[in-house]
Design a protein around this ligand. Structure first.
Ligand code: ATP
Length: 239
């Protein structure tokens, strides 16, 4: 497999907070990789570093073999790295349709944009049903589908998902998990999935990294991590 993304020894500070203490991770082309860990472990900081929203202090980020850690966030989107941030930030007064079209703002290929829109609406029939509805009136789970759909409109090669299951009803968490699997499989989009729902993340990913206070504490195949005593104890609530 080809390396899509490589993070080497990332260090990141916020004023006096040492948030990432030498984090290295890799994503191969076509993989879904999970990043698990408690609140404040540094998961979002890794995503913000990859997308250029927060500058790393030291280390390297390579995408398709090219350094991107000095690139601007909009250029990183154009290269195919698209993040769905935590908190389902939809444009509440805009329709589902217009929210989706906003996701394509970096693109100029009109026929390609139309194809992406069809793909998103087929993938999320709920969005088709609510196409003209104001996004802010939808349920949390539906809004999560919308922000994932909006990210797909940018035609990502690598999708970074920050806590897609947070605060969502269990039934919809399953739907979202299934959608992530389908996007990875059918659209050939690689995924880096940040989750506090470690069990779900380990079930739908091939490999995983577990983060503890700014360091990778454990890494491996997700199936093996699901059965690992230390992972069960530290990240799966001791079950
Ligand atoms: P959560 O699940 O709560 O989002 P996380 O694992 O994503 O947690 P980060 O958000 O990356 O963790 O935060 C890592 C550390 O950096 C935490 O101690 C956090 O308080 C701190 N931090 C994050 N953003 C900032 C900021 N803008 N200014 C100061 N400290 C910050």
């Amino acid at each position: 497999m080809t390396k899509l993304l490589t993070c080497k020894d990332l260090e990141l500070y916020y004023d006096h907070i040492y948030a990432l203490k030498g984090v290295s991770l890799e994503i191969e082309e076509g993989e879904t990789v999970a990043l698990i860990g408690a609140n404040g472990a540094g998961k979002s900081s890794i995503l913000r570093a990859i997308t250029g929203l927060t500058r790393i202090w030291s280390g390297e980020i390579l995408y398709q073999g090219r350094r991107i850690d000095h690139c601007q966030p909009d250029d990183i989107v154009k290269m195919g790295i698209v993040m769905v941030p935590e908190g389902r930030r939809v444009f509440p007064y805009m329709s589902v349709k217009d929210n989706l079209l906003m996701g394509a703002f970096t693109r100029t290929d009109r026929s390609g944009i139309g194809k992406s829109l069809d793909m998103v609406l087929n993938r999320f029939p709920r969005l088709k049903e609510r196409y003209s509805q104001a996004a802010g009136t939808m349920s949390g789970g539906e809004q999560q589908m919308l922000v994932i759909g909006r990210a797909l409109m940018a035609k990502p090669r690598l999708l970074l998902l920050d806590e897609p299951s947070l605060g969502i009803a269990p039934k919809l968490v399953q739907d979202i998990a299934r959608s992530i699997v389908a996007i990875n499989r059918d659209e050939r989009v690689s995924v880096l999935l940040v989750e506090q729902n470690s069990r779900m993340a380990l079930r739908i990913s091939q490999r995983a990294y577990a983060l503890t206070t700014g360091r990778i504490a454990l890494a491996g195949q997700s199936v093996e991590m699901l059965n690992d005593e230390r992972v069960r104890h530290l990240y799966l609530g001791g079950e």
